[in-house]
Design a protein around this ligand. Structure first.
Ligand SMILES: *[C@@H]1O[C@H](CO)[C@@H](O)[C@H](O)[C@H]1NC(C)=O
Ligand SMILES: *[C@@H]1O[C@H](CO)[C@@H](O)[C@H](O)[C@H]1NC(C)=O
Ligand SMILES: [Zn+2]
Length: 521
């Protein structure tokens, strides 16, 4: 039944005697036929009765007490016991106390159809939309230690039989597990394709009670390999353990760890299934019509200063529609709380984290846009569309060179007439030196930066007020240009008009970033 050859026999017998499960035997024999891993254990058991008897003939091997240090020559004794004429494709004998010494049960009970169905049910409960799935498996780190120990146990036989194999040829537990379960999980999910790359990931994690104690000897043998890491409950991460095993010479390993590995007291436990859908990015442009709305939540000492924010007003309907677990807002620049953004609006992008729904038609996107528009009169959005992560770069690209247009309502200390301000229209490409404004000095370093006002246009309102339209380089501090910021911005409007001026209102008229593409009405 299994593609194991005559020459594999000694190795197979040795693995079985050591307490390996059927799938681990296949792995160590470098069997890459995925179908063979899928067979339910019972079937395999039926064909293996003979082997079980074979092993019963050597009970002292099958029942090695856990953690007993075994010298290398025990191994040769093991191969003596393999003389049986039975089918070599044997899974672990039922008589052996259950749990596989290498995979700690991952390739046994957890490969059952029942477990696959449980996983499928857990995924269904989450109610995600997906076309394909990718499985991700996380295993306790001591599986690497046990694999290494078992490899050392059979290495000699494997090489002797001209099976020029290295440890890397062995099928990894992760792969074997996926091959075993993916068919049933796919079936449980109505026949979805299990692929190697997908937007939707089903994560299965296994833990084991003795990971730390099993790995402990590594820390004393290779102290450099284990450093406390943030966000991890144990220093024995898979990466660190693999690194340590690489560094420790086999002779030293064998002094500290039994080979073959000892019988475990328990099998791995399976953690809750974790589903994760790749982020979806939505871009658009927003208008802000309120002079008392911040762009992002404004919180000082844990207290909300404003009821809402542009970010939240846009994010809520989007998160609801995509059933996302969170969001990440970014935009092409920002405006102050008291500044409106008019015209075609300011480009923004919203990363929707772990969305349960990810596909929307153009019409549906328009409906979301309408929901946002009608949910508040403080903002509106247009050009709402799903974009790729890569496209997000366009929004920030060349931010310095972009232009922005503003309208400021200016107050003048002395009365003015229409003719007093027309000279402003002739000023072109005026370079300003702007010291970091006093109002942002608490969060920005003191610096002088140069910005250019490309053009100006003044419109008289009354003897103490006029509207000033400005086309500037992005990043120009407009308020400071108007009131001068105690001479920190030079030249400024006070100097140009030879009197005190102040800014009463400011509107952003356009943000000249041609992304995202406009959507025709
Ligand atoms: C939000 O986006 C920024 C930059 O675009 C990124 O560095 C950050 O990791 C993101 N946060 C989350 C929670 O994804
Ligand atoms: C939402 O409001 C913006 C700005 O007024 C407008 O351009 C857009 O067409 C509106 N969209 C919908 C679907 O109402
Ligand atoms: Zn196993």
């Amino acid at each position: 039944m299994l593609p194991l050859k005559e020459k594999d026999k000694p190795v197979v017998q040795k693995l079985l005697s050591a307490g390996c499960c059927a799938r681990c035997v296949l792995r160590f024999c470098c069997v890459f036929v995925q179908m063979l891993y899928r067979q339910p254990c019972q079937d395999a058991d039926d064909t293996q009765q003979g082997t079980q008897q074979g092993i019963d003939a050597e009970p002292e091997l099958a029942d090695d007490p856990p953690k007993k240090r075994i010298k290398l020559d025990d191994g040769s004794k093991g191969s003596d016991g393999s003389a049986g004429s039975q089918d070599t494709a044997a899974p672990p004998p039922a008589a052996a106390p259950g749990v596989c010494v290498v995979c700690l049960g991952v390739l046994q009970e957890y490969c059952s159809k029942e477990h696959a169905m449980k996983v499928a049910e857990a995924v269904k409960t989450e109610d995600y939309h997906f076309d394909t799935i990718v499985l991700s498996v996380s295993l306790p780190a001591q599986l690497c230690v046990r694999e290494h120990s078992c490899w050392l146990h059979v290495k000699k036989e494997m090489r002797e039989k001209c099976m020029t194999r290295v440890k890397d040829d062995i099928v990894p537990v992760k792969e074997a597990f996926k091959w075993s379960v993916q068919g049933n999980i796919a079936k449980g999910l109505g026949g979805v394709a299990v692929v190697t790359r997908s937007l939707f990931e089903v994560g299965m994690e296994f833990k084991h009670a003795t990971t730390d104690s099993d790995c402990h000897f590594l820390a004393t043998t290779c102290p450099d390999c284990f450093r406390p890491t943030k966000n991890k409950d144990s220093v024995f991460t898979r990466m660190a353990v693999v690194k340590a095993l690489d560094k420790i010479p086999d002779s030293k390993f064998l002094i500290h760890y039994p080979s073959p590995p000892g019988r475990p007291a328990s099998s791995c436990t399976s953690q809750d299934v974790q589903c994760l859908h790749t982020s979806i990015f939505v871009a658009g442009r927003y208008n802000k019509y309120s002079r008392s709305l911040s762009q992002t939540p404004w919180i000082i000492d844990g207290r909300r200063m404003m009821e809402s924010s542009v970010e939240e007003l846009i994010a809520e309907p989007l998160s609801n529609s995509f059933r996302a677990k969170g969001f990440n807002f970014s935009s092409s620049g920002r405006e102050d709380v008291d500044v409106r953004t008019l015209g075609k609006g300011r480009p923004f992008a919203m990363e929707l984290l772990n969305p349960h729904r990810s596909r929307f038609t153009k019409t549906e996107m328009k409906e979301i846009q309408e929901t946002i528009n009608t949910s508040s009169d403080k903002i509106a959005v247009r050009d709402l569309q799903i974009v790729t992560r890569e496209c997000m770069g366009h929004m920030k690209e060349g931010e310095e060179e972009k232009t922005k247009s503003y309208t400021a309502l200016v107050w003048t200390q002395k009365p003015i007439e229409k003719d007093d301000i027309v000279f402003l229209d002739d000023i072109k490409e005026l370079t300003l030196d702007q010291k970091t404004p006093l109002r942002v000095l608490h969060r920005r370093a003191l610096a002088v930066r140069q910005r250019v006002i490309h053009s100006m246009n003044a419109r008289f309102r009354d003897p103490h007020h006029f509207y000033l339209r400005l086309k500037t380089q992005a990043g120009t501090y407009i308020k400071e240009f108007v009131h001068g910021d105690f001479g920190r911005t030079k030249p400024n409007l006070c100097q140009l008009l030879k009197m005190d001026t102040d800014i009463l209102e400011l509107d952003v008229e356009s943000v000249d970033v041609d992304w995202p593409p406009a959507i025709p009405e």
